[in-house]
Design a protein around this ligand. Sequence first.
Ligand SMILES: Nc1ncnc2c1ncn2[C@@H]1O[C@H](COP(=O)(O)OP(=O)(O)OP(=O)(O)O)[C@@H](O)[C@H]1O
Ligand SMILES: [Mg+2]
Length: 364
Amino acid sequence: MALIEVRDLHKVFRRPVKDPGFVGALRHLAVRRFTDVTAVDGIDLTVQTGEAVAYVGPNGAGKSTTVKMLSGILVPTSGLVRVGGIVPHEDRIANARQIGVLFGQRTQQWWDLPVRDTLELLREMYDVPRRDFAERLERFDDVLGLGELLPVVARKLSLGQRMRADLAATFLHAPRVVYLDEPTIGLDISVKDRVRAFLRSVVQEGTTLMLTTHDLGDIEDVCHRIVIIDRGRIIHDGPLARVKDVYATERTIHAQMLGPIDLAGLREALPLARIDTGSAPGELALAFDRTHLTSGQVVRALALAGELDDLRIDEPSVEDVVRRVYAGDLVLDVGDRVTDRADATDRADSAETAETLAPVRDTT
Ligand SMILES: Nc1ncnc2c1ncn2[C@@H]1O[C@H](COP(=O)(O)OP(=O)(O)OP(=O)(O)O)[C@@H](O)[C@H]1O
Ligand SMILES: [Mg+2]
């Protein structure tokens, strides 16, 4: 059953444009100018009950804005959002009962209260029966080590402790769908592992999860589907394993040769491969794109160039692909076309550039 339905969703923010300085501020009072920032630009997304979806993309891509519309915090400029049949921004309270949200950058703890009191308040807000409450606290203690944090006042928590307490707050009312926006930001490895194990267990129990993260380990550990967005649009949506097939086309063959190598002949046979000699005698590395050359062609050319002793084929991992998406090295286009950043000089790449290029509208 489709739990989350998003159709042609848009969010446009209007930002005042002010010239610098006092004169600029005065001028802004007289003639207000604005620039429109399209944060979400026509997103279609269907998430089935029980799915765990990674929602990834570079800074400013529109991830948090999408999550805010899904959770009813922001009203869409246009388009449709429905979560469990509810339009989130129209029925915030009904929606709040079925969802959990965590923004890793902000806390949901009441600053001056011990964690226990925050959870107790949430228990009352969500009408969680005492028995369920006690059971869940026990579970949060098992997986998140919550027990030791209960008496601590929120503002005295370290970042990692705060995140554990926030996760408990997010999951306290056993929401059927949970949006996590950077839930492992700033956490050390051991806490991250605990958080990921916890998330895996709630997904196994049937909770639907949308996870926004820059941490590739979170994605691989928890999600099976990856949605990549860039400049407000979805540019890839599919099983995690398939991202690699589509976007990671480079291969490297590491060969160990015996005796003399006809390097000139090899270069002539494989003009599309980058051929490097290794530090040890007979070592070769051949990098190529599998859409231009097959491994078979490379191996045949190697066998003609000398005596092939051993070889290994390296292909990029999902992490490599997503890392390149985040680093902005890989420009992904709608329609599954991939360009390396170096080839895409004519594009307005960053959200910032897009903003400065946005038409300035005079509203007076
Ligand atoms: N309240 C707002 N007012 C104006 N512009 C906004 C607002 N919130 C977001 N934006 C702009 O919308 C775009 C998308 O922002 P968003 O926070 O959704 O990106 P993100 O994908 O979550 O990025 P990050 O990885 O940095 O968290 C950015 O250009 C951002 O500056
Ligand atoms: Mg964000």
